[in-house]
Design a protein around this ligand. Structure first.
Ligand code: ARG
Length: 223
């Protein structure tokens, strides 16, 4: 009967609309996270290797410490109720900012470990080819580092996709909230929540497959 109701009335809209919001927030947050993470990782690695960018490095360290040291839900609430309290911005925007900034700190460490995974000899090879520091980074280190961190980046995407399920804390109607609204209105908890779980599972499985394909492509290009 639930299935019948589900297709005949429009409660499935909570699921589809929620799914759209979840995907939108996740993709935009991943984008911000990668850009932010890349920037922070480069600043920190550059400081490690050359002792330049001291002040920027200091700021980046504070950023990573604060973001990783506090729960993402608290960050989301602070951004919503404190930072943007007096501004008229959409909840999707707030969520993208919160999750993007949160992810950036983790991605920064992923990229930094990727850069550190490259043998020092690769830097020296670049420099002896006449590349300057930036050129060595862009043309020699980064392409190899990226390949090494791909599994960790895929992992971060999965974490982020599922982490957006706490967006309901600011009453953003994402996939999880959509399922929960159906639960609260129909008094049926099983079907909507299991449906929500299955949708996350399928999304993660599809994404995992895509990353595996990309990994194989990059590995083949090694030979
Ligand atoms: N749930 C953890 C928290 O509240 C993890 C946050 C997100 N993790 C991530 N790798 N982006 O802080």
């Amino acid at each position: 009967r639930f299935i019948l109701n589900f297709v005949t009335d429009d409660r499935w809209k909570y699921i589809t609309d929620g799914l759209k919001v979840t995907l939108e927030v996740t993709f935009l947050a991943v984008l911000i996270g990668i850009l932010l993470g890349l920037f922070v990782a480069i600043v920190r690695s550059t400081y490690d290797k050359t002792h330049k960018l001291k002040i920027l490095n200091f700021i980046c360290n504070i950023y990573i410490t604060v973001i990783r040291g506090t729960p993402v839900v608290v960050q989301l609430l602070i951004i919503y109720f404190v930072v943007f309290a007096s501004m008229d911005v959409s909840k999707v925007f707030v969520a993208v900012m919160a999750f993007g900034m949160n992810s950036g700190a983790y991605v920064a460490e992923i990229f930094r470990s990727g850069i550190m995974s490259i043998d020092q000899g690769q830097f020296e090879a670049g420099r002896s080819l006449g590349f300057n520091y930036a050129q060595t980074m862009v043309h020699i280190i980064m392409p190899q580092a990226f390949k090494n961190v791909l599994p960790a980046l895929g992992n971060e995407f999965i974490v982020l996709l599922k982490e957006t399920s706490v967006a309901g804390y600011i009453a953003l109607q994402d996939l999880t909230k959509g399922g929960d609204i159906i639960r609260s209105r129909t008094y049926d908890a099983f079907m909507p929540l299991i449906a929500v779980a299955l949708i996350y599972l399928v999304m993660v499985m599809i994404f995992t497959k895509l990353v595996a394909l990309l990994e194989r492509r990059l590995r083949n290009s090694d030979h």
